[in-house]
Design a protein around this ligand. Sequence first.
Ligand code: NAD
Ligand code: UFG
Length: 332
Amino acid sequence: MKVLLTGGLGYIGSHTAVELIKAGYDVEIMDNLYNSSIEVLDKLKQITGKETKFYKVDMCNLEEMDKMFETGHFDAVIHFAGLKAVGESTKLPLLYYENNIGGTINLLKCMQKYKVNNLIFSSSACVYSDKNVSPYVEDGILGAVNPYGRTKFFIEEIIKDYANTNSNFKAVILRYFNPIGAHESGLIGENPNGIPNNLMPYITRTALGKLEILNIFGNDYNTPDGTCIRDFIHIVDLANGHLKALNKIDQLKGFNVYNLGTGHGYSVLEVVNTFNKVCADKVKFKFTERRAGDLDCYFACADKAEKELGFKTQKTLEDMCLSAYNFEKNNK
Ligand code: NAD
Ligand code: UFG
């Protein structure tokens, strides 16, 4: 099976590429390099021992996309490409709608024209309304609260509408919770430009002295230690979720949604304390004001993915911290 990974040089795409290649899939990658580096391609070769075909294509350019599909003869697409910074999306909503939704419509047009009928899409826990009680279930109340989250919600709906017009088309929507950590090789990982927004890259850079101190945003939440709780999932487990979905896609019908999480919540303080326990360099931290828009606690119900896809996470919070630290040390 030949699989196209859109946005495949990014954080989640690159880890998924490794697991798919290891499992014997023929993987090809397209990316416009907006938030990734071409060097990742070489890292993939170092890890897998295989050359991966790469297309430098912008999904917003229908002509480029069409050309790639004409020559590619793909059997399936895993659609990672997109912009993902929540804060930026509130300042530049049109860019987010144009890139994420416009790009996905171009992708679906090409899939329709070239009869590619298997799609796995990177969605997010942020499509769920805060009215849900954890663990979040797939048929819970939807209601994204920022433009980024709304792009994910709208794209899910667009894919569902398209699936209704094509009985051969199968879509798997994967709603990720909070992926952290890195591949054990330390060659690929999460490498945001500038000052990280997300917790783990902030922790690893603080531990190594690249940043001064970690601000923990709020310790007065309604949780046991007062800091927020999230479902942190190891990136390699998350990548394997895509492999499980691809392995099963033949047996699925139409539009399908799965959470990818551990089913367990960890507090921000638990993550920091675990990091400080298992890693040689320690993170200095202080408690500061809450960050606008953060919810006190949410985590996934992981039962559906386990029952229907056979997906179960293997890695611990220690593994997540150690692998992220290892990548940051390598990533000079
Ligand atoms: P990432 O930024 O590392 O990877 C996304 C890739 O898409 C980048 O390499 C970028 O260059 C590429 N891209 C963006 N716009 C493009 C375009 N117009 N044409 C071609 N390529 C384009 O992000 P990631 O963390 O790997 O996330 C992958 C997907 O998963 C995204 O859709 C993201 O919204 C979603 N997601 C991520 C998280 C998370 O915490 N990382 C959580 C939920 C959902
Ligand atoms: N946090 C800090 N200090 C930091 C960074 C984060 O205390 O420097 C806290 C946040 O306040 C939050 C927790 O760590 O309580 C996790 O924050 P992240 O920014 O790492 O992750 P979020 O849960 O806010 O959001 C992430 C992705 C979203 C995605 C969501 C899905 O950024 O795109 O997970 O669950 F939608």
